[in-house]
Design a protein around this ligand. Structure first.
Ligand code: CA
Length: 236
């Protein structure tokens, strides 16, 4: 895969981690940028338009969650991978709640990190709208519709703002109506991960966020349903 045009912004205050990330990403062909505090990270995210951001949580001046939240609030859906310490389980969930696409725990294996960077960038590249399909609309169910050309989702004619991952999960399930997918299967299909470990929790959090956005009553969903003990499916 040719990564030469892809730009990764590293926001991390520990210089030795930045050094090893830069070295390995550049070896894979990525271009890199570095920020050592949250404010600079946010400024570079806005001015340099990276293809992906590796975002530490504990940062000087502005923490990683606030950086991610500021980007999402401004409508920036750049893929964000949160870097968390192993013991901070709550961080993973909070990171996904505020719109990060993914998280990886420190200390991480460089092989896994590179794989996740690749998967998240690939997913965005695949999702780039094709000009010829700009008017291709897919009405899926009830008052929910997805325009796969423009990558917009509407409920009752009102546009819904989804992260790339939420959109991918929704369109994947909606394109296989009434078919139940396990969380492991969804990790493989939507997240592109071969090995998932305990990360299936990611699927649950993303489903919950998606329901909060597309369902009139998230506690009693009508679009994305749970088949207890089996997984999730899109009901039509
Ligand atoms: Ca830190």
């Amino acid at each position: 895969m040719d990564n030469s045009q892809k730009l990764v912004l590293i926001v991390e205050d520990e210089k030795n981690i930045v050094d090893i990330l830069r070295f390995n990403l550049q070896r894979e062909g990525y271009k890199t940028l570095e920020a050592y505090d949250g404010e600079d990270g946010l400024a570079q995210a806005r001015s340099q338009n990276p293809d992906l951001i590796l975002l530490d949580v504990m940062l000087p001046k502005m923490n990683g969650f606030d950086v991610c939240q500021a980007l999402r609030a401004a409508g920036d859906n750049v893929p964000v991978i949160i870097l968390t310490a192993r013991e901070e389980e709550a961080d993973k969930v909070l990171g996904l709640e505020i719109g990060a696409d993914d998280y990886i725990t420190k200390p991480f294996s460089m092989r896994e990190l590179i794989a996740r960077v690749g998967a998240n960038i690939r997913r965005t590249a695949m999702a780039a709208p094709a000009a010829s399909a700009a008017d291709e609309a897919m009405t899926v169910s009830g008052d929910l519709s997805i325009n796969t050309g423009s990558h917009q989702v509407f409920r009752g004619g009102k546009s819904i703002d989804l992260t790339q991952r939420e959109y991918e999960l929704l369109t994947f399930l909606a394109s296989h109506p009434n078919k139940v997918y396990s969380r492991v299967a969804l990790m493989e299909q939507v997240w592109n991960y071969g090995y998932v470990g305990d990360d299936v929790r990611t699927v649950d959090v993303t489903v919950r966020r998606l329901r909060e956005k597309i369902e009139a009553n998230p506690a009693s969903p009508v679009y994305i349903l749970t088949r207890r003990g089996a997984g999730y499916y899109f009901a039509v």
